[in-house]
Design a binder for this molecule. Sequence first.
Ligand code: HEM
Length: 281
Amino acid sequence: MSQDFNDVQVMPEGAHENFDGEMSYGDYLGLDKILSAQYPQSSEHDEPLFIIIHQATELWMKLIIHEIAAAQKLISEDNLSPAFKMLSRVSKIQTQMIQSWSVLATMTPADYLSFRDSLGQSSGFQSYQYREIEYRLGNKNRALLKPHAHREDLRVKLEKALSDPSLYDQAILLLERRGFDIDPAIVNRDWQERHKAHASVEAAWSKIYHNTEEFWDLYELAEKLVDLEDSFQQWRFRHLKTVSRIIGHRRGTGGTAGINYLEKALQYCFFPELWDLRASL
Ligand code: HEM
């Protein structure tokens, strides 16, 4: 009769058990560091949830930056297929990030207020990875470097993301290389400034949407960008609603007006012509 696995407490046959001098799972993933990097400032039950949801989101943001940076480079080299794979991955990560709001929403206002004072001035507003993503996507706002002035390493990194062409700028430069008539003021602009919707860019995308077979890869690029912005907006919206149900109209710990600030952020559009053109298709 064969041995019933559940009855006998043995290691599965062949499973490694001696890690003296060998790299284990925990070593490879740096788990000791990650799992000891939670520093609750209170003894309230919900603070670990609050910390871990931020940390998990920051880990996902790290991967998003990795993917977007690589996609930016590939698009600048006219190598679209691998860039598409990366942008699709970003969308899937965003789905995870959007879903995670429902975990945080299990925290009531009273739960949060029990430890909020111990956060001091800290706020997601100072998330340097979030800011880098915004800069890489084109929301270039130099003023938001200020909270990072005390950290030279971060300031230099963010300054670079601010002054390099964004993902959308790379897409527009590609359109120009492909022969679309983009106004020189758009392709020769100061990349530190936000891109403003321009008729020549909308006309190029419009031609692509009207001739999808001829310009299939550019059409696919456009739709990947729309996916990304769509998910970004959903994340912003869920943040806004979660904040709304937890602190209402209180000011943020970061010092902004709170909900009012987040509502304004929700109105920002990274890729305006891709949305505008839909009315004229
Ligand atoms: C109880 C939960 C939360 C509350 C009450 C809250 C509240 C706020 C408020 C009021 C702001 C505006 C800035 C300020 O603090 O004055 C803000 C910004 C921000 N929060 Fe949260 N937040 C929460 C959870 C999260 C989580 C889980 C993340 C994930 C990383 C996050 C990321 C951000 C980011 C990136 C910003 C900057 C947004 C921008 O500048 O457009 N927040 N949050």
